[in-house]
Design a protein around this ligand. Structure first.
Ligand SMILES: [Zn+2]
Length: 1045
């Protein structure tokens, strides 16, 4: 797809000498800025300076590199010019750098890092270091018993009294070095005992408390749930072994625990205490306590936003809201060498259609009329707050390429004494980080205004779907759902047109033009030359054709009720959709409801290529690779036409998801999968997904371009995207849950003074058929001190990047290599911090940057996910499905996927408005007398301890005891008591909030299905191999020590 006026950018490296970057900019603001129409008044300065609130656990919140920490603004770098003094800029305090400036790295470290760069997967590079004993084996099981248990230190800030946490028995000393101005505190966390000396409990001690001793049983993949594949699944699912399908609970795990790391004989060991290692739930709680409910103003360059898990309100004051863009670090290293040294990926995660809460202002729409958006002549960047006006306002210098441009006559405005345009606050593009612009005809295909998009529903009416009742379910739902199609703000009804087709081996189009008295069916049986037999009447306005559409939807299930046809086609029906959009000259989305592998004679016919023998071999990657040819071309055709494909799969066996999901995953679409679908248990779950998917806000026929200031540039992109060249990110559609993760590389030095700027410009067609640009601008700091980078890191964004990077890498590399790289890069990142940023300490201490202190738990969890786990117990389709789903996932979704919420319900206050606070994802937190909810955005469990309080069981299920509970329940009865209401409301809130529906599984402790739940306890050992969090941390620590010696 080529967009006139939107392409063609000269190289970034043509920096002009001269005017020296961004000056003035925000300067000092007028006392009463005109924010009324797009921002609201800036908050009082005190809003930002609220002191940290105690977290209620007795521990003070961790101070440190949060956005409101005044210390985060300096560190040797020049004062920020960006924030106006009147805009609640935190007071500047002198910042005593965290550590001495980075000394040059030792050769060994540098060389190793050079070979371990994750973003640079190659055939040779992950060769483990000869000095690393563990790197020579797949890091699957618990590492060998160490001779020295690491002690841990969280270095949170410079120059302050140490805070010592004396841990529980059998724990090493762990030191929290707190930020300045903290009183020294001592937390005696266990009975006072001498710290354990160089004696780490053998790995076996970690499994002492398991109710399922012995090798772990087969179960579903870590982190991703297979709907319908649980114990309720009917027999006859031979190719795919889901959890418990084998019913075999013992035996060695493929890929697990090599190197003789099995249970060690000896006296029972004391359990290691989880409280001694950094806690994700604590980090989330602390950030919520610090920033929750507050206004976050984006007026400071390089400011680290609150965590994705924190509830806060964003006020746009010049940088894009973190809802739209998040970065792995908000302080880039000045040079490529520094970047290479630390190995911290430099990336941003862009969610262009992020939902905004009701109390945040929707994006302001800028309209420059026929002259169109104002852009830099050279690099084509759009007018934004970082452009600097000079020469009395007649010219401006581009912040991205330094080119000096003439200000168009119609746009001229005088400058005030600060050098700022006097209309600064009246123009969104001068004062806001995010805004939209009306695109002129130059930005439209063929220089014609676009037509409103269309939604085409393509329903597989083969035997399975008819018999299961699925077709009737879909048709009934659409009758009401089509009233809720997305509409333009302020529009009375949706402009989106709709069309309907059914298919099995042949394709049936329906004419539902409002002038007809009955719907008409047109059958296409030649699948090789797809065409649309209805030039007119296939795509209609639902409001106008309501009677006919409802008539049709009532008839479809009956029309095929006697079908025996079980064969289907797949590629041709997508091709038909593309042709229909082409015919109508519009973009849009195909909703495909499909049940089986397309085996009918037609283009794109598939055959079973699932082969478990490939698992843990060099050819395992082929299980993830889509078949080339037909589907590859189809993706290109779809993107060229702006045809997004959503695939709802209802398989009873292997269907080759890797290939079938290829088109959706390149067109901004989603793939939903309901194994062994049954209307009564899965119907509502599926309908929740369908409703969300049909109603969500979305843009079509989109191209995104990421521009950067000189010195660095976007080099790699991840998402449900298509790229024809190296810079234009094409998306047939992009919805409110989809993100594009963008990696940056240096191509020159960056300046501490000017910082670094990113501008994401998304050209798209609205649901109402308007062509628009959505512009997102973000300024980052640059520093020659790595300590600044580590302080400004965002773990959740880093993990998002690593997940995508690793999931892409397994297309080309053995899993073992990829896992080794993840471990090694984790160790390198932390070793570099230790070497360059941490103050002197003994080598046995593990010191983690405050902003990354729970990074290891996520990385360990990532390695235990199904795509990265080489286990024949895992269904190939599930692994492929998860791999693709994660590629377009947002930061909050990967965070939740890799660290599920485990919510205790047994001790909550049912009268309280708030939900109970989640606890750590470890079986240690479970209790026989407890009831817990667990969710990760994909799966939802209600876990009932075997000694659950009878009154709770009565209140939730209206039965006297657990024994009376019927098996395989997936919904809570609606009972009129406070407990039932409270629990159902917590569940409904979760289902509402998450991008996807989750099927509720109710599991009893020690029942077989419980294993499905246990795989989500990500701090514990993985069911298919993979270590516990604590073991992983010990392993990483040993790696770090190797690197430092
Ligand atoms: Zn420019």
């Amino acid at each position: 797809m080529s967009q006139q006026g939107y392409v063609a950018t000269p190289p970034y490296s043509q920096a002009q000498p001269g005017l020296g970057g961004y000056q003035g900019g925000f300067g000092s603001a007028p006392a009463q800025p005109h924010y009324g129409h797009y921002g609201g008044a800036p908050p009082p300065a005190t809003a930002l300076l609220k002191p940290p609130v105690s977290s209620g656990t007795g521990l003070p919140p961790h101070p440190g590199s949060g956005p409101y920490n005044p210390n985060s603004q300096q560190n040797g770098a020049p004062m920020q010019r960006y924030p106006p003094a009147t805009y609640s800029q935190p007071p500047q305090q002198s910042y005593n750098s965290m550590a001495s400036p980075a000394p040059p790295p030792p050769m060994q470290l540098t060389n190793q890092m050079g070979t371990m760069n994750l973003g640079n997967y190659g055939p040779v590079q992950s060769a483990p270091s000869a000095t690393s004993p563990v790197a020579q084996q797949p890091f699957r099981g618990p590492p060998p018993p160490a001779t020295a248990q690491p002690s841990m230190q969280h270095q949170m800030g410079p120059a302050q009294p140490p805070m010592q946490h004396q841990m529980a028995p059998a724990q090493p000393p762990m030191q929290h070095q707190m930020a300045p101005a903290q009183p020294p505190m001592q937390h005696q966390m266990g009975p006072a005992q001498p710290p354990m000396q160089h004696q780490m409990a053998p790995p076996t001690s970690m499994s002492m408390g398991r109710p399922f001793p012995g090798p772990p049983p087969p179960a579903a993949p870590g982190g991703f749930h297979q709907p319908g594949l649980g114990p309720a699944g009917p027999p006859g699912y031979p190719q795919q072994t889901g959890p418990f399908m084998g019913g075999h609970m013992a035996g060695p795990q493929p890929g697990g625990f090599p190197g003789g790391l099995g249970p060690q004989p000896g006296p029972p060991q004391k359990k290691l205490d989880l409280d001694s290692i950094p806690s994700t739930t604590q980090v989330i709680e602390d950030d919520q306590a610090r920033h929750g409910g507050q206004v976050y103003s984006t007026n400071i360059r390089g400011q680290v936003p609150p965590l994705v898990t924190t509830n806060f309100t964003v006020q746009d004051q010049g940088h894009a809201s973190p809802r739209f863009i998040r970065c792995t670090t908000y302080s880039l290293p000045c040079t490529a060498e520094l970047a290479k040294q630390c190995q911290v990926p430099l990336a941003c995660i862009v969610k262009p259609f992020a939902r905004l809460p009701n109390n945040e202002t929707p994006l302001y729409l800028v309209n420059h009329g026929e002259s169109g958006p104002i852009r830099c002549n050279r690099c084509k960047a759009y007018m934004c707050p970082y452009m600097q006006f000079i020469d009395g306002g007649r010219r401006y210098q581009c912040a991205f390429c330094s080119c000096v441009n003439e200000v168009p006559v119609f746009y001229f405005q005088h400058l005030d004494h600060m050098g700022r345009r006097v209309d600064f606050y009246e123009r969104a593009e001068l004062s806001l980080g995010s805004y939209e612009m009306v695109a002129t005809l130059d930005y439209c295909k063929n220089n014609k205004p676009p037509k409103p998009p269309a939604y085409i529903f393509m329903i597989d009416v083969s035997y399975n779907n008819i018999k299961s009742g699925l077709v009737r379910l879909i048709c009934d739902e659409l009758k009401t759902l089509l009233d809720k199609l997305p509409r333009e703000d302020g529009a009375e009804s949706s402009a989106i047109q709709v069309g309907f087709a059914t298919y099995n081996k042949t394709l049936h189009f329906y004419n539902v033009k409002s002038s007809l008295s009955q719907p008409q069916m047109m059958v296409v049986s030649d699948m090789t030359e797809m065409y649309v037999p209805l030039p007119d009447g296939f795509l209609v306005n639902f409001q106008e054709s309501r009677a006919l559409v409802c008539n049709l939807l009532s008839q479809i299930p009956d029309m095929f009720t006697d079908t025996n046809e079980s064969e289907t086609v797949f590629a041709p029906i997508i091709q038909a959709g593309v042709e229909a959009f082409k015919e109508a000259d519009c973009s849009g989305k195909l909703f495909v409801f499909h049940s089986s592998m397309p085996t009918a004679e037609a283009p794109g016919k598939l055959k079973n290529r699932d082969d478990k023998k490939l698992v843990n071999t060099d050819k395992e990657k082929t299980l993830f690779q889509p078949l080339k040819g037909t589907y590859e071309q189809l993706s290109k055709d779809c993107v060229a036409q702006g045809c997004c494909v959503d695939l709802f799969l209802f398989p009873n066996q292997y269907v080759d998801v890797a290939t079938m999901a290829d088109v959706p995953s390149h067109t901004g679409g989603s793939v939903f999968k309901y194994n062994n679908f049954q209307v009564d248990t899965d119907g509502e779950h599926f309908l929740r997904d369908l409703r969300k998917e049909v109603q969500k806000s979305i843009g079509f026929d989109a191209v995104m371009r990421v521009r950067t200031s000189t010195g660095f540039r976007a080099t790699d992109f991840f998402g449900a995207i298509h790229m024809n060249n190296t810079t234009d990110v094409e998306m047939a559609a992009v919805d409110c849950d989809k993100v594009v993760t963008v990696e940056f590389k240096h191509d020159d030095a960056l300046s501490e003074e000017t910082g670094a700027f990113i501008q994401c410009a998304l050209l798209y067609t609205t649901v109402g058929g308007q062509r628009r640009l959505r512009i997102l601008n973000l300024g980052l700091n640059c520093s020659t001190h790595l300590s600044e980078l580590y302080k400004s890191c965002e773990t959740d964004a880093l993990v998002n990047f690593f997940a995508k990077s690793a999931y892409r890498a397994i297309l080309n590399q053995p899993l073992k290599n990829v896992r080794d790289i993840l471990v090694n890069q984790t160790a390198h990142m932390l070793a570099c911090y230790r070497k360059n940023c941490a103050s002197a300490s003994v080598a046995s201490q593990l010191i983690l940057p405050d902003a990354m202190k729970v990074f290891p738990v996520y990385m360990n969890s990532l390695m235990k996910t199904a795509p990265l786990t080489g286990s024949t117990e895992l269904a190939t389709d599930e692994r492929a499905h998860q791999r693709l789903a994660v590629m377009a996932m947002a930061v909050e979704d990967t965070q939740l996927l890799l660290y599920p919420r485990l919510i205790p319900l047994h001790n909550m206050d049912v009268g309280s408005e708030v939900s109970p606070t989640p606890v750590r994802c470890s079986e240690e937190r479970l209790a026989d007398g407890g009831v817990f909810l667990l969710e990760n955005g994909q799966a939802l469990f209600l876990w009932l301890g075997q000694a659950s309080p009878p009154d709770m069981i009565q209140g939730l299920f209206n039965v006297p005891s657990l024994a009376h509970l019927q098996a395989h329940m997936c919904v809570l009865p609606e009972l009129d008591n406070p407990l039932s209401k409270k629990v159902r409301s917590i569940i409904n809130d979760l289902l509402e909030k998450r991008p996807r529906s989750m099927k509720l599984h109710i599991v009893k402790q020690k029942d077989k299905p419980e294993m499905m739940f246990r795989q989500f306890l990500v701090e514990d050992k993985g069911l298919h191999g993979g270590t516990s969090y604590l073991d992983f941390l010990c392993h990483v620590h040993r790696e770090i020590r190797q690197l430092l010696t």
